[in-house]
Design a protein around this ligand. Structure first.
Ligand code: SF4
Ligand code: SF4
Length: 100
């Protein structure tokens, strides 16, 4: 497997298409319809300190059967997203350490 960190001049955001890597970036820009904005922290009040949605399971349950469900529909902000790029590198580093 080619090491992602060894690929030069590559925009990771494009390389890994629009998959959601649960980086939490979008929830620091605006809340979804289930969230609420925390002015002081500048992030959704449902976002945990490690950038996870604390009501993920509830949202999945509410949207069960919805063909356009929010969770699992991909990334809304893949471009120029450093938080997501870092998550992708973590994932690929993990895959490489298992396969080598
Ligand atoms: S409710 Fe969850 S998915 Fe929606 S903005 Fe807040 S943290 Fe993100
Ligand atoms: S910015 Fe994209 S990858 Fe990050 S949590 Fe939001 S949808 Fe998922």
């Amino acid at each position: 497997m080619v090491g992602v960190r060894n690929v030069t001049n590559l925009n990771l955001s494009v390389f890994v298409a629009n998959k959601c890597y649960q980086c939490g970036y979008c929830c620091t820009k605006r809340p979804c319809r289930y969230g609420s904005w925390d002015e002081a922290e500048e992030r959704c009040i449902r976002l945990t300190k490690d950038n996870k949605c604390s009501i993920y399971d509830e949202i999945v349950e509410i949207e069960k059967g919805n063909p356009f469900a929010m969770m699992g529909s991909g990334c809304s902000s893949p471009l120029f997203n450093k938080m997501r790029d870092e998550k992708i590198l973590e994932v690929f580093d993990g895959v490489q350490s298992v396969s080598t």
